[in-house]
Design a protein around this ligand. Structure first.
Ligand SMILES: Nc1nc2c(c(=O)[nH]1)N[C@H]1C(S)=C(S)[C@@H](COP(=O)(O)OP(=O)(O)OC[C@H]3O[C@@H](n4cnc5c(=O)[nH]c(N)nc54)[C@H](O)[C@@H]3O)O[C@H]1N2
Ligand SMILES: Nc1nc2c(c(=O)[nH]1)N[C@H]1C(S)=C(S)[C@@H](COP(=O)(O)OP(=O)(O)OC[C@H]3O[C@@H](n4cnc5c(=O)[nH]c(N)nc54)[C@H](O)[C@@H]3O)O[C@H]1N2
Ligand code: SF4
Ligand SMILES: [Mo]
Length: 692
């Protein structure tokens, strides 16, 4: 088998071991190349591939323990059928045939009446193109099930970026090492984008200045030269004030603006209304800090922004990304490979989604679309002319909605419905699996084939199975192939094996033989993609003004859109803003059940500034009640310099069953949506905190 690395006699690895090339499946911009060492059919070690430039032989703490996760004693090993009330977690073992037959019969019965009453629910438990939406999408398209709007992470920012630059495109990440100024904006790189941080460190050693823009004093903020600790949801005000300073000091690239941008006059007028004084008052930072940041951005070459999705989980998230994405065009930063902005590179991958997902199987039907971010409300909705049929069946894979979706009390009530038929494909007994009628055991990345894009670099990666499926677990694809058979689907596409799906993902756009041999292939992306304009927008320019937004009746220019929930009055019932960014040793809710990683995180904590803790009589280690109209969540307080006054940080995303009172931070978040992209607003949430 190619792609298996032969072991040299001096490698220290015993000769009955093998090393297999793979890819990290997790929802992380780094998409690392993995090398798994297998001994007698057991994965004993997972390491970073030293040959892959971006991985550089380094993995994060979480995935360097992937062998432990794969062979974890709690892995789901065989299909389970519910044997107690929903949510009780009581199940009995059943055979695959029996489970698939019953699931097929139940889905068929619903589909005969109303196929749209069936809803797939999935996200990025694996980012693989094959174990994600390939066979699964084919199955649901053939069925005519409701479509899922996959908004829970990035759709506001993705839409903001598309309206400005034309898609999920930007700088090539490797060039950050050569930048002289890097703004790390809404991102805790050390925790969630480690390999970018390595490049930022290289730049720093070569004399670059690093600035972190984040309401939380993260480990990344501490290691930057400067920390702009603004209030959540005020990034557009800051960006407009930076533009104000660029204009009044004439730190502009007039030639770049004239040739490669659209809507400058309007943006100029808008920005001139945002003095550093006005923005400072909105952002809760000093005007001098804004002035000096503008001077840095206006006078340093090359200058780059690493934007991340943390800053778009508020009402104005789309506008915020738009405003920030305008900054490089104003100064002509794009002219240099080490200048510009990177939020996501995923739009640069030529993935053949229609081959993988086969939307043609809908055969002219146009099912409704359900937004995954409002699953709580939607599961509780009755059938109506406007909504369509009540949701009668839910098939969950690659996601843990009971833990990660906003306003958990409603999500839980929805999943607990006795008249809802729920199938959950999982590796572990998650909070969501507890509510299933059937739990089907899924393979991990070490046990199946896949092929990957990335949202933080521009290499395609292939993942080979290193070991046989653990227990009776099966790849998602295999489960959907089998379900298709039980439903009587005869289209040949339901017989295609995973290796052909891997080939179809890029067709002839990527050399599959190279992927097989090397495990990765680099896309041919120009070093400075927008040095001469050529943005993938309708106008080919960086669109300060978006005609498409204006046509939707929205503001064509970026503007500050205040949070849904702003603590305006001193007597407000919920005076504290709460954000819930990811914990370093978890990946969303993945890895929370691994003891060794959970021990590093300790327990669910709420970081609170001394100025908010003292008047409430709260000390570090005390149990607190965090509450608002949506619910209450108990955890321990950490009186910490990481929190800014007025803002508390509830690090996520814990499994509810590991919480002090069987809930997590999403008990408090709302199902309100963003200005663009129909995204969730996890970090736009007011609470009050009391000592318990
Ligand atoms: N270790 C680890 N890595 C991860 C994840 C994880 O859970 N754990 N999650 C993965 C996922 S799903 C994603 S989408 C990516 C990206 O994940 P992101 O959500 O971008 O995660 P972070 O890098 O932590 O960046 C969020 C940062 O934004 C800050 N923030 C919150 N509100 C605001 C605001 O209004 N303005 C600004 N400027 N900053 C704000 C938070 O304090 C936090 O430090 O990371 C991935 N990587
Ligand atoms: N409060 C708050 N909530 C948040 C966030 C936040 O910052 N704060 N972040 C949000 C963001 S950015 C995101 S992306 C979402 C993430 O939400 P999800 O995409 O649901 O991510 P995970 O919680 O990691 O759950 C993924 C599940 O998929 C399973 N899985 C992994 N691989 C496979 C496979 O091959 N087959 C099957 N069948 N299952 C598999 C894993 O075991 C895991 O339980 O959460 C969101 N929720
Ligand atoms: S989670 Fe991110 S940093 Fe960790 S191994 Fe995967 S891709 Fe690399
Ligand atoms: Mo995400």
């Amino acid at each position: 088998m190619t792609g298996v690395i032969s072991i040299s006699p001096n490698s220290g690895i015993s000769p009955d071991s093998q090393q297999v090339r793979g890819a990290c499946p997790h929802d992380c911009p780094d998409t690392c190349a993995l090398i798994t060492t297998v001994h007698n059919g057991i994965a004993i070690k997972v390491q970073g591939n030293t040959e892959h430039r971006h991985t550089a032989g380094v993995l994060c703490t979480k995935v360097s323990r992937y062998a432990e996760r794969t062979h974890h004693p709690d892995r789901l090993l065989f299909p389970l059928r519910r044997a107690g009330p929903k949510g009780s977690g009581r199940f009995e073992r059943v055979g695959w045939d029996e489970a698939l037959k019953d699931i097929g019969a139940k889905l068929r019965a619903i589909a005969t009446q109303e196929p749209e009453a069936i809803l797939p629910y999935s996200y990025a438990g694996t980012m693989g193109l094959v174990q994600g939406e390939s066979m699964a999408a084919r199955f649901f398209h053939q069925l005519g099930a409701s479509l899922l709007d996959r908004t829970i992470c990035a759709s506001a920012g993705g839409e903001g970026l598309a309206q400005t630059l034309g898609g999920r495109v930007g700088m090539k990440v490797e060039f950050f090492a050569q930048s002289r100024l890097i703004l790390i904006w809404g991102s805790n790189s050390i925790a969630s984008n480690l390999h970018f941080w390595r490049l930022a460190q290289e730049a720093k050693r070569a004399g670059a200045k690093l600035v972190c823009i984040d309401p939380r004093r993260t480990e990344t903020a501490e290691k930057c030269h400067e920390h702009v600790q603004l209030r959540p949801g005020t990034d557009t005000a800051l960006a407009l004030a930076l533009m104000h300073e660029l204009i009044v000091n004439d730190w502009l690239d007039h030639d770049y603006i004239a040739r490669h941008t659209l809507g400058w006059e309007g943006l100029r007028e808008r920005a001139l209304r945002w003095s550093p004084e006005r923005a400072g008052a909105v952002c809760g930072i000093g005007r001098d800090q804004i002035r000096s940041l503008a001077r840095d951005w206006g006078t340093t070459r090359p200058a780059a922004i690493r934007l991340n999705y943390g800053m778009q989980r508020v009402r104005g998230g789309g506008n915020a990304v738009r405003a920030v994405a305008c900054l490089p065009a104003l100064t002509g930063a794009w002219r240099d490979p080490a200048g510009g902005v990177l939020l996501s590179s995923s739009g640069m991958f030529p993935v053949n989604n229609s081959a993988l997902q086969r939307p043609d199987l809908l055969a002219g039907r146009r099912p409704r679309t359900i937004n995954m971010s409002t699953i709580g409300d939607d599961l509780l909705r009755r059938g109506s002319a406007q909504f369509g049929p009540k949701i009668a069946a839910l098939v969950v894979y690659n996601s843990n909605p009971v833990a990660v979706a906003p306003e958990s009390s409603k999500v839980v009530a929805g999943f607990a419905r006795e008249d809802l038929f729920t199938v959950v494909m999982e590796q572990f007994q998650t909070d969501t699996a507890d509510y299933a009628d059937y739990v089907l055991p899924a393979t991990t990345q070490l046990e199946h084939w896949d092929v990957h894009a990335s949202y933080g670099h521009t290499d395609v990666l292939l993942n080979r199975p290193a070991i046989a499926p653990v227990g009776e677990s099966r790849p998602n694809t295999e489960i959907f192939r089998e379900l298709a058979r039980h439903m009587g689907y005869t289209d040949p596409c339901f017989g295609e094996p995973d290796q052909s799906l891997c080939r179809q993902a890029y067709g002839d756009k990527v050399d599959f033989e190279l992927l097989l041999a090397q495990g990765y292939a680099t896309l041919p992306v120009p070093d400075a993609p927008f040095a001469l304009g050529g943005f993938p927008t309708p106008s080919g320019k960086c669109e300060f003004f978006s005609e498409r937004l204006a046509r939707q009746g929205l503001d064509g220019l970026p503007d500050h859109v205040p949070n849904h929930e702003v603590a305006a009055r001193a007597d407000a019932r919920y005076p504290l803003a709460m954000i819930s960014p990811p914990a370093r040793n978890f990946l969303n809710s993945s890895f929370v059940n691994m003891r060794s990683l959970r021990d590093i995180e300790g327990e669910p904590l709420l970081e609170i500034h001394e100025a908010d803790a003292t008047p409430r009589g709260i000390a570090s280690g005390a149990v607190v009640r965090v509450f608002n109209d949506r619910g209450e969540y108990r955890c321990k307080a950490d009186v910490s310099h990481r929190a800014r006054p007025g803002v508390v940080n509830g690090l996520g995303v814990w499994w509810r069953k590991f919480g002090l009172d069987g809930t997590n931070v999403n008990q408090l978040t709302s199902q309100k949506l963003t200005d663009m992209g129909r995204g969730p607003v996890f970090y736009d949430c007011l609470v009050e905190v009391h000592a318990a």
